[in-house]
Design a protein around this ligand. Structure first.
Ligand code: AMP
Ligand code: MG
Length: 337
């Protein structure tokens, strides 16, 4: 009896092995997920793909693209294209502008467009002064630095010729930082890479910027908006298909000053101080390049002016949480009265 059941078990086991070998690989399509620390934040990728080896390769390609973007546009890396531009563009002029890459031209073009659309609330030259905040050390620019560098904050000092792919800065001390737009661009690049490889269901996020491809196999993706300042809790869950979502929050990088002020990383370009009224702004739209810039813009503009910017844009919606915890929605999301 024992012998027969052992034979039976062996036969069954080998049948299972053969079934695994012979079944087409498509039957093993599963979710693949990975997260890594890149761009000073957490980059995560989830995708559904039939071939596990190819899926692992695709995840690696996404991570490599994120690292490439970080090394090209990080203001903290001396060798980045951005650092090079910040070193050279102030020394150039209309007669002798600096040649830049097609990608840098696109990034600057989009950033300057949002500078104009937000009437200067989104301003990539905020860092002319704000580079002297150190959120880890809890230090702020000095009064002398504020006086000298505040006038250097104005996106119109960045003279881009998109057709010629050149730039120069028209004032000394101008310093560009693309931190308000680069992560949204990066998640777009990741999704387009996956889509071109034939992936139908994926989600990519870089800190507060996420983009989803397709649905979650029959269900929407669900992206959580963090409860500002109260631990790691989720305040609102947003179901999404084929969209981007960006959240700007005053809890991402901050310190509390000796005077008890909440000093954080989103800067009002007209004062050089952290921007006041809101605790978090979420923008939903077709791509991350736009939702990232818009979330930072609306954060600086505040609830009233911010919603006035978003409501006329048919492709974008907004969810705002004030410091007092009140939630405002753009017209397309507002619950019926
Ligand atoms: P986000 O989390 O996308 O809102 O991006 C915040 C980042 O945008 C900051 O860490 C800065 O690098 C950058 N930033 C801060 N203030 C501004 C501003 N007024 N305009 C453009 N970028 C900004
Ligand atoms: Mg942003």
């Amino acid at each position: 009896m024992y012998y027969r059941s052992k034979v039976f078990a062996t036969v069954l086991w080998s049948l299972m092995v053969w079934a695994m070998v012979l079944t087409p690989r498509a039957a093993y399509a599963v979710w693949h997920s990975e997260a890594q620390a890149i761009m000073g934040t957490r980059v995560s990728v989830t995708l559904w793909y039939k071939n596990p080896a190819k899926a692992t390769h695709l995840v690696a390609q996404v991570m490599a693209e994120m690292r490439r973007i970080d090394s090209a546009y990080s203001p903290y890396k001396k060798s980045s294209n951005l650092s090079r531009m910040n070193r050279l563009a102030p020394k150039r002029s209309a007669a002798n502008p600096l040649a830049i890459s097609p990608e840098m031209t696109r990034l600057l073009g989009k950033a300057l467009y949002y500078g104009q659309l937000s009437q200067g609330a989104f301003d990539i030259t905020f860092a002319s002064l704000a580079r002297y905040y150190d959120y880890r050390a809890g230090t702020q620019p000095s009064t002398a630095q504020r006086k000298q560098l505040l006038p250097a904050i104005d996106y119109r000092h960045v003279k881009l010729d998109a057709a010629a792919q050149t730039v120069y800065y028209s004032r000394p001390h101008v310093y560009v930082d693309l931190g308000g737009i680069a992560k949204g661009y990066a998640v777009d690049r990741a999704i387009s890479l996956l889509r071109q490889a034939g992936v139908k269901h994926a989600s990519v996020s870089a800190g507060g910027d996420s983009r989803v491809l397709g649905d979650r196999r029959g269900q929407p993706w669900v992206v959580g908006i963090k409860q500002p300042r109260v631990g790691e809790g989720i305040a609102i869950k947003v179901p999404l298909n084929d969209s981007a979502i960006s959240t700007s929050g005053d809890y991402e990088r901050f310190f509390i000053s000796e005077q008890g002020e909440w000093v954080h990383h989103i800067i009002n370009p007209s004062t050089g101080n952290s921007s006041g009224q809101l605790a978090s702004v979420t923008i939903i739209g077709p791509d991350g390049f736009d939702t990232d810039a818009l979330s930072t813009s609306v954060f600086v503009l505040g609830a009233e002016q911010g919603l006035a910017l978003i409501n006329p844009l048919p492709e974008f919606e907004a969810i705002l949480i004030t410091r007092a915890g009140k939630v405002h929605y753009s017209n397309g999301l507002a619950p019926p009265e």
